[in-house]
Write a protein of this length. Structure first.
Length: 97
């Protein structure tokens, strides 16, 4: 299932990770783990935010996906099922048939 993870990163924790060089390594590690179809980084609510869209095969993957953000970056996370335009067309067509 395609999901979107949005992580609001703690400013103090990520400031320190940036200063000591671990922030790029952690983001690279998470990106390699998730293999996202899209990844975005930018400001939100006055802090740093990372957003990933990726395929999650099973809900049992949530701890492995969430914990690096929670433990290493003090993040607040949200994970939501999402669709692209093709998924939406397929779902709407199934409802009409």
């Amino acid at each position: 299932m395609r999901v979107m993870l949005r992580a609001r990163l703690d400013t103090q924790v990520t400031n320190e990770a940036y200063r000591n060089g671990t922030l790029p390594k952690l983001i690279q590690s998470v990106t390699e783990q998730l293999k996202p179809e899209a990844a975005y980084f930018g400001p939100s609510d006055g802090g740093r935010t990372a957003t990933f869209v990726f395929d999650m095969q099973d809900s049992s993957e949530i701890p492995a996906v969430a914990e690096p953000f929670l433990l290493e970056l003090g993040a607040e996370i949200e994970i939501h099922p999402v669709m692209n335009a093709e998924d939406l067309r397929k779902g709407l067509a199934a409802q009409q048939g």
